[in-house]
Design a protein around this ligand. Structure first.
Ligand code: UGA
Length: 461
């Protein structure tokens, strides 16, 4: 919405949320305090805020005065009831539709921006249609059109993805409404990149785009395991296959498995839909993309244990990175969560360093409060051999690595690529290991510092 406001100063954009704390953070004068860390977003907000971009908790008023409303609420996986663990929970979408139905005035275009299961527009349409009012004397007229306009931006590169999208997708049946929305994007997006489809194709395309991307990651991660036992190198294989223009170079980086709020949720949703429509083979096919992802995360944790003589109780391991990818503070479904939990289960002492993630978030994700750094406590805690896994937030690379038996790289933060291994190595307990699940380190520099190295998909180590 900030990018739309930035490009279209003639359009008044109001972002509303019930959460007062969040809205006041969006209104914070200090742009470093915006609720989302996203490179370049602060500059966009600075240009548009208080001009034609407002953040408010007055939801009803914003609905009444809007010509177009984007529904952009959460659609997490259901945790109970029918479809639990797979289907999307649509309670917030439905609540939004009901609120829009109640407070909208005149003709309103309602745009589904949230990622939704196919045919959700039908539900939204049914709720809105029930509230339509013909233009009769003494009654405020009300009519609605529903469009689907899924979002394809990725975190960390959101602003550049929005400024120069591969495509904008608009699904719907009402040509006037489609063209009104296309006109907004048309201000900065070339016309050939604005695709128009029917509602259901648009909803399905969003799920399938994420499923295809996630499938590439599970594919390359399965290849990484094969490389490790055959002597091949997954980076060389990625390069060789990616050079085929039919395959392409992107999304072929092997790693600790995909994370983020969408891939797993969207695939599980697809699995649920396929089963619902009587296509069990299709459901099983996509389910396996998630199964391989979980396997990759467990595999990495097992590998750390195995290389540290099969025992990590009381051993100090430095985790480099907790966010699900670089350039974000988002930890939703981060591979670090499962891997850290597996290591804690084995009694490890984890020093977790991430330049952007708030330690409070790590406690929530691991469901374990932080301990204090044993280096800093004057009283010896003696907990290390009790078998209890503990973790504490490290403020720097040095603090994390001091006295550690191993370093495990889980997020590809840029500065992990050129760490000074000669400086780090002497502070570690020997024999010390570097486990690089993102394949970002320079192997010869790590080895020449006297450290043992495991790199994902590297058959030579
Ligand atoms: C993803 C899609 O890329 C977006 O197009 C989509 O709009 C978004 O989900 C969404 O539906 O909200 P995002 O989850 O922000 O975006 O980030 P990605 O760059 O796709 O990365 C997802 C995960 O895959 C990360 O954990 C990343 O580290 C991992 N990944 C990505 C790999 O392991 N290897 C790769 O080659 C690429």
């Amino acid at each position: 919405m900030a990018v739309i406001a930035d490009h279209c100063p003639q359009i008044q954009v109001t972002v509303v949320d019930l959460n007062e704390e969040r809205i006041s953070a969006w209104n914070n004068e200090d742009l470093t305090k915006l609720p989302v860390y996203e490179p370049g977003l602060d500059a966009v907000v600075a240009r548009a805020r208080n001009r034609n971009l407002r953040f408010s908790t007055d939801v009803n008023d914003a609905i009444s005065s809007a010509d177009m409303i984007f529904i952009s609420v959460n659609t997490p996986t259901k945790t109970k009831g029918l479809g639990s663990g797979q289907a999307s929970d649509l309670r917030w979408v439905e609540a939004c539709a009901r609120q829009v139905a109640k407070y909208a005035k005149g003709h309103t275009i309602v745009v589904e921006k949230s990622t939704l299961p196919v045919r959700t527009a039908e539900t939204v349409q049914a709720i809105l249609q029930a509230a339509e009012q013909p233009p009769l004397d003494g009654i405020v007229p009300r009519s609605f059109v529903v469009l689907s306009n899924p979002e394809f931006l990725a975190e960390g590169t959101a602003i550049q993805d929005l400024e120069a999208p591969d495509r904008v997708l608009i699904g719907g049946e009402d040509t006037n409404a489609i063209e009104s929305l296309a006109k907004i994007y048309g201000v900065w997006v070339p016309p050939e990149k604005i695709l128009r489809t029917n509602l259901w194709s648009s909803e399905l395309s969003k799920l399938i785009a994420n499923a295809f991307l996630a499938q590439r990651i599970s594919s390359i991660n399965s290849v990484a395991a094969l490389c490790e036992v055959t002597g091949a190198d997954v980076r060389e294989v990625s390069k060789a296959i990616g050079a085929d223009s039919r395959i392409g170079t992107k999304f072929l980086n092997s790693g600790p498995g995909f994370g983020g709020s969408c891939f797993k949720k969207d695939i599980l949703n697809l699995v649920y839909l396929s089963r619902h429509f009587g296509l069990p083979e299709v459901a099983d096919y996509w389910q396996h993309v998630v199964t391989v992802n979980t396997w990759q995360q467990n595999r990495i944790a097992r590998l750390v244990v195995k290389n540290l003589f099969g025992n990590i109780t009381g051993k100090k391991i430095a985790l480099f990175g907790f966010a699900f990818k670089a350039n974000t503070n988002d930890t939703r479904e981060a591979p670090a969560i499962r891997i850290a939990n597996d290591l804690l289960e084995e009694g490890a002492q984890l020093a977790i360093y991430d330049p952007k993630v708030d330690p409070k978030q790590i406690s929530i994700d691991l469901q374990l409060p932080a301990s204090s750094n044993p280096e800093k406590t004057s009283i010896p805690t003696n907990t290390s051999l009790t078998g209890e896994g503990t973790w504490w937030p490290a403020n720097s690379i040095n603090e994390a690595t001091k006295g550690s038996d191993a370093i495990l790289i889980l997020t590809e933060w840029e500065h992990f690529e050129d760490l000074n291994w000669k400086e780090i190595a002497p502070h570690m307990r020997q024999p010390a290991w570097v486990f690089d699940s993102r394949g970002v380190v320079n192997p010869s520099e790590v080895r020449s510092a006297g450290l043992r190295l495991w790199r994902v998909g590297d058959g030579a180590t």
